[in-house]
Design a protein around this ligand. Structure first.
Ligand code: AAO
Length: 511
């Protein structure tokens, strides 16, 4: 009884850091701009069978319709109301997705845009995804409703009303981010409206939230609306479970606002992770993989139990947000697979895999002039995610989460969950290897010469299927095989010109 009480108290206070994934599932995937009915299908046909823990979805609430440029992806970051009504689907389709995904043990995390409404310069009217009236000039959003009282115009001290310096914490929290009308979160009315929106989603069955632009909200204001949230729906979650919270705060160092300011509310996105890993894998600035030995807190990242990590996100894969040119994406597939493989093998943080759409990337003076282009569509309607015979996706959906190397590393992470980081080896350059207890082992060759080495893997003796070059199907391996001898040692050879210059083995892929 006392133990139960202690457990439930602990459970209660730690819960906002816990993604509430089903036992044995550890990673989430961002299905950027997908339709709700396609996500429901993907949960059933692919994510559950391959051990994905959950999906981050694009913002589900009504947004402005931008026609110049034509339907950019970023229109979804300009809310008009909290009706569940977007290009991804209506509320019925949303409910169906949440139910079907939860029923196969895959969680849904909503991208919550609550710092602001649409841009200051948008013209008044009903050009919104559900046709609700709004007037940015008079600050009227009748479908919430919000009025001029509910915005920070009086509080912001810059003459432009915009954030002019990221080093002034008052500007960053009280002024407009790129013209977006900044909600007055100090008001209980605004906090209540936000909590009503999020509670509506919680009651439908979502497991948590990515909170957009958290840097632009005071941590205490956020806590005030988070404290108003319901527990998760007991159809799928234990009694008393709190929503998983991860806050989008870009902290690459050097600004007054720090990630740690937000730890009390939940996890925080660790943007240093992808920026640094990209620099290392690209071998820029004298970086080498050997330096990854103390990856994580040793690189001045936030504590692992507060971090949400990713190689790229929907912003920095196209030059928005932060991280710059070092960020690896599907456009650099060979290096990208190594980076995602490293992330998923390494114990640090809660991991998020990116799943993108292809766009006509075109650089002029170092900037992608098509960075705005929205998802594959027919006259604005988002195209379905079709599945090819070889299990890849059609219609310009990239589906990185279905790439064998990435999908198999998601499974690797599940298999090694809870095991310590062991048996590190490096050649002083860009050939490195490490294990996860006696469950898994991975080795990379990112040097310009071949790798050939015998190493302690920590694994039980036997023949293993390399899950990067192939799959274990029934009891045979479609890729390379690795032989671990009775002392735990194994020989590895990786050509520097290999399509995927890394090898990963784990106990569930033992033959
Ligand atoms: C669009 C148009 C705008 C127009 C506006 C209103 O593009 O021209 O004014 O509508 O009409 C997305 C798009 C925006 C879009 C917006 C609304 O990215 O282009 O604006 O939807 O449709 C900051 C925020 C961060 C934000 C990021 C993009 O802190 O929260 O900008 N990300 C989220 C979403 C994002 C979304 C929004 C927020 C808004 O993920 O998709 O915007 O809902 C510094 C700061 C960062 C700051 C960046 C970029 O970063 O630290 O906090 O992010 O600048 O402004 C070095 C530094 C690094 C620095 C970086 C860049 O790397 O180390 O710290 O340089 O300077």
């Amino acid at each position: 009884m006392r133990l139960l009480l202690l457990l439930s108290v602990l459970g209660g206070c730690w819960a906002q850091y816990d993604p509430h994934t089903q036992y044995g599932r550890t990673s989430i995937v961002h299905l950027f701009e997908w339709r709700w009915d396609d996500i429901a299908l993907e949960c059933e046909r692919y994510l559950a069978p391959n051990g994905y823990g959950g999906v981050q979805i694009s913002p589900p609430n009504e947004n402005v319709v931008i026609s110049n440029p034509s339907r950019p992806w970023w229109e979804r970051y300009q809310p008009i109301s909290y009706k569940i009504c977007t290009r991804s689907g209506n509320e019925d389709q949303f409910r169906d997705m949440v139910k079907r995904c939860n029923n196969v043990g895959v969680r849904i995390y909503v991208d919550a845009v609550v710092n602001h409404m649409c841009g200051n310069g948008v013209s008044a009217g009903t050009s919104s995804t559900c046709g609700s009236y709004f007037n940015p000039g008079s600050r009227e959003f009748s479908a919430v409703p919000y009025s001029a009282w509910d915005f920070n115009d009086g509080k912001c001290k810059t003459s432009s009303g915009e954030i002019e310096s990221y080093n002034d914490i008052y500007q960053v929290r009280d002024c407009r981010l790129v013209g977006l009308l900044d909600l007055a979160l100090e008001k209980d009315y605004v906090r209540t409206k936000i909590a009503e929106y999020l509670n509506h989603l919680i009651d439908i069955g979502v497991a948590g939230f990515r909170i957009d632009a958290s840097k632009h909200m005071w941590p205490g204001d956020m806590k005030a609306f988070l404290d108003k949230l319901n527990n998760l729906n007991t159809n799928w979650f234990p009694e008393g479970a709190r929503p998983f919270i991860y806050q989008e705060v870009i902290d690459l160092g050097g600004e007054s606002i720090q990630s740690s300011d937000y730890f009390g509310n939940g996890r925080v996105t660790e943007f240093k992770y992808g920026a640094k890993l990209g620099t290392v894998i690209r071998k820029w600035n004298g970086e080498k993989m050997a330096y990854l030995k103390n990856w994580g807190e040793g690189w001045a990242f936030m504590p692992s139990n507060r971090a949400l990590v990713f190689v790229d996100n929907h912003d920095n894969q196209r030059g928005h947000g932060a991280g710059g040119a070092s960020i690896l994406t599907f456009w650099d597939a060979r290096l990208y697979k190594m980076a995602v493989g490293f992330m998923l093998a390494h114990p640090y943080g809660v991991t998020r895999v990116m799943s993108s759409f292809r766009w006509p990337r075109y650089f002029e003076n170092g900037k992608d002039v098509n960075d705005w282009v929205g998802p594959p569509n027919d006259n604005g309607a988002i195209k379905r995610v079709t599945i090819n015979e070889d299990t890849t996706c059609g219609n310009d959906w990239v589906c990185e989460h279905r790439w064998r190397q990435i999908r198999n590393m998601v499974i690797f992470r599940n298999v090694v969950d809870g095991q310590s980081f062991t048996n590190w080896w490096d050649n002083g350059s860009n050939q490195v290897a490490f294990g996860r207890g006696n469950k898994g082992f991975i080795i990379f060759n990112n040097d310009d010469w071949a790798l050939s080495v015998t190493l302690q893997t920590g694994l039980p003796a036997g023949t293993y299927c390399d899950v990067i070059s192939g799959d274990k199907i029934d009891n045979h391996c479609t890729g390379n095989q690795i032989y671990v001898s009775s002392d735990g040692r194994a020989s590895f050879s990786i050509s520097n010109t290999a399509e995927d210059p890394f090898i990963a083995i784990h106990v569930d892929a033992k033959l």
